[in-house]
Design a binder for this molecule. Sequence first.
Ligand code: ADP
Ligand code: MG
Length: 323
Amino acid sequence: QNTINKIAAGEVVERPSSVVKELVENAIDAGATAITVEIKEGGISFIRVTDNGSGINKDEIEIAFKRHATSKIESIEDLMAVSSLGFRGEALASIAAVSQVELITKTADSLSGVRYTIDGGVPGEVAEIGAPEGTTFIVRNLFYNTPVRRKFLKTATTEGGYIGSLVEYLALSHPDISFRFISNNQNKLHTSGNMNLKDIIYNVYGRDITNNLYEISGKSQDIEASGFIGKPMVVRGNRTYENYYINGRYIKSSIITKAIEDAYKGFIMPHNYPFSAIHFKINPAIIDVNVHPTKMELRFSNNEYIYNFVYDTCLKALNSKEL
Ligand code: ADP
Ligand code: MG
């Protein structure tokens, strides 16, 4: 069982940022309005995610670490129609198989909190402890028991950078949640949870980008878009500035990425990538979700319709007056 868990873990947990993604998505699913992500050494030795969400009941803790213990969704087809981010029920099992996990959690209707540890998939005890409402996960020494996978990690600085970008995406996708990101005891990001998208962009990316924004707004039968794009001094040599969300999820679609980048041709230098923060609402009925353990690829019943809508909407914004 442990071996199976360790192998399967590779599909969900590739690097420290994958751990942070799963823990934060769980916090969002638990209704948290404030989430703190704290890392040391790029998350390799230490990741702590604290939320003020629902907490986990004492008698559900051990089940939560079992594979396919999701309480959230019946079928993959439901995925686009539900608002919860978790659906496979394997994140906690996978994380716990390849690290040392400590969990402290308290629900609203229990008198005390609970502490639980699970080390390389080997469960420890469930003990009562004083704790505020919500959940804290600490993940230590990722891949300590799978040295080969550990060797594939990049430097702490690079791994920490991936986590920083991830928290940026998450903050942008949930303006209604307060995010805090601390790396090696330094505050890196703080959003208040009651900001609009433009305030968050300013908060996350600073003046350079905020001074160069164009508003995206478009609506068609099965798709809606809102948000901002920036040009042309606002570029990075990679796609980390290219944010978009589909029905509240941070998911990539090759069709949408291509449409955004094509719209930019003529506005930015070749080999540069634009800034974008766009929320798409797409009718689930026209989405076909193809799920691989780590990658989710969306297909649409009419790719050309989606491409044209995104391309036209972005081009219209880029040709409009700067904000
Ligand atoms: P999934 O998110 O796909 O359901 P996970 O392995 O990520 O699977 O989590 C397993 C279960 O643990 C969740 O379904 C949820 O019930 C519980 N859980 C995990 N993290 C939290 C959290 N931060 N707050 C409340 N419940 C949580
Ligand atoms: Mg999950």
